[in-house]
Write a protein that binds this ligand. Structure first.
Ligand code: SP5
Ligand code: ZN
Length: 372
């Protein structure tokens, strides 16, 4: 399988994130993508290629140009405003109750992007756990190019290709970044596929978290079906979207399928959910499926609470590929660094119909210790 990778992700060099007001070690770090790249090279069955530049138009097809401009200047604004922080995190968010009782017209007129960069980050951001650093914008543009190059490979005839996107994308909405995501790589890819082929596209999101951004972007669209298996938002980020009764509206009515799972969800629970998702893919036309691939469903993930093992990733990859659709597979989350390479190898080999054997050289044991 072809793998699209760009070293520009290294510029998004995140060390800390904020959790409930306190700086804690970052989860979404450069080592994640490097672990996956190293494992796929060691496997021998994957061919790495760099992305080609696709420019800004495919991004503003999906995102508000104001979000793009904010992300472009946010770091220089932080410095220009004399704020000597290691990363940008919002000061104040426009909580919806700030405007309670005001008309939609009044709100539209009053709620504007402020000048203070902490207010601007609140205006465009969802949460305080998506630190923005000097290289975030460059890395985010590169991640989009990785996704769109993966689309090019599949539209060019590959049965499946994998884009090692970093930063991830599925929490980014049309006018909002958050959840370690800045541009929605999978949504940009799905939209580009509809444009190039005129076909319907399904997104299957198997990250542990609900992809609120992908759901929002396609909520009213009949040409992109969004299917997600994730932790129930009553107990987990993004908290305010991801319930089973969110089905889409207008042209998009019935095109959104959320499958929330309980804490401790097992391989068996997950495969049952996968079968429901696969059924929803097969119910619509279209030759291409976008996979938002996360490994934060793994039993040892530091921010997840599912109990999946490496073998189940091989089986999920196999079942998704068995739809017969061509797959644009894009990396989202997954934070247990020692297992990321093996879990990616397992999923992608499953999608290719190849067997999976652990790589002893990976030096990883289920206990979480790392050798070398
Ligand atoms: C792409 C993706 O997987 N984004 C996930 C964003 C999750 N943001 C909230 C993270 C909160 C981490 N809390 C750590 C608490 C440890 N007890
Ligand atoms: Zn996630």
């Amino acid at each position: 399988m072809q793998v699209v990778y760009s070293p520009v992700h290294l510029a998004h060099d995140v060390v800390f994130e904020t959790y409930m007001g306190i700086a804690v070690p970052a989860n979404e770090v450069a080592e994640r993508a490097e672990r996956i790249r190293t494992a796929l090279v060691a496997d021998g069955g994957f061919a790495l290629t760099g992305p080609t530049e696709h420019g800004e138009a495919p991004i503003t097809d999906v995102h508000d140009p104001g979000l793009v401009r904010f992300l472009e200047v946010a770091w220089s604004e932080l410095r220009r405003q004399g704020i000597p922080r290691a990363f940008l995190s919002a000061d104040t968010y426009p909580n919806r109750s700030m405007f309670e009782g005001m008309s939609h017209e009044a709100i539209a007129a009053l709620v504007r992007e402020p000048e203070h960069v902490g207010g601007r980050a609140g205006f465009w951001g969802l949460d305080s756990a998506a630190p923005l650093v000097a290289g975030t914008y460059a890395a985010s543009l590169a991640a989009v190019d990785v996704a769109l190059t993966t689309v090019d490979l599949v539209l060019g005839g590959e049965q499946a290709a994998y884009g090692l996107c970093r930063p991830p994308g599925h929490h980014a909405a049309r006018s909002m970044y958050g959840g370690y995501c800045f541009f929605n790589n999978a949504a940009i890819a799905a939209h580009a596929i509809t444009k190039a082929t005129g076909e319907r596209v399904s997104i299957i999101d198997v990250d542990y978290h609900h992809g609120n951004g992908s759901q929002q972007i396609f909520w009213r669209r009949g040409d992109v079906r969004y299917i997600s298996i994730h932790a129930d938002p009553r107990r987990q980020y993004p908290y305010f979207l991801g319930r089973a009764d969110e089905k889409g509206e207008g042209e998009g009515a019935g095109e959104n399928l959320n499958i929330p799972l309980r804490a401790g969800a097992t391989n068996e629970d997950y495969l049952a959910a996968t079968d429901r998702a696969v059924e929803a893919i097969l119910a619509v036309s279209g030759s291409v499926v976008v996979v938002s691939l996360g490994f934060d469903t793994y039993g040892l993930d530091p921010i997840g609470d599912f109990a999946l093992t490496t073998d189940v990733y091989h089986e999920v990859g196999r079942r998704v590929a068995a739809t017969g659709r061509r797959l644009v597979i894009l990396q989202e989350g997954g934070y247990h660094r020692p297992s990321l390479g093996e879990n990616a190898r397992a999923w992608l080999r499953g999608a290719e119909g190849r067997p999976f054997e652990p790589l002893p050289a990976a030096g990883f044991t289920e206990g979480g210790s790392v050798v070398g």
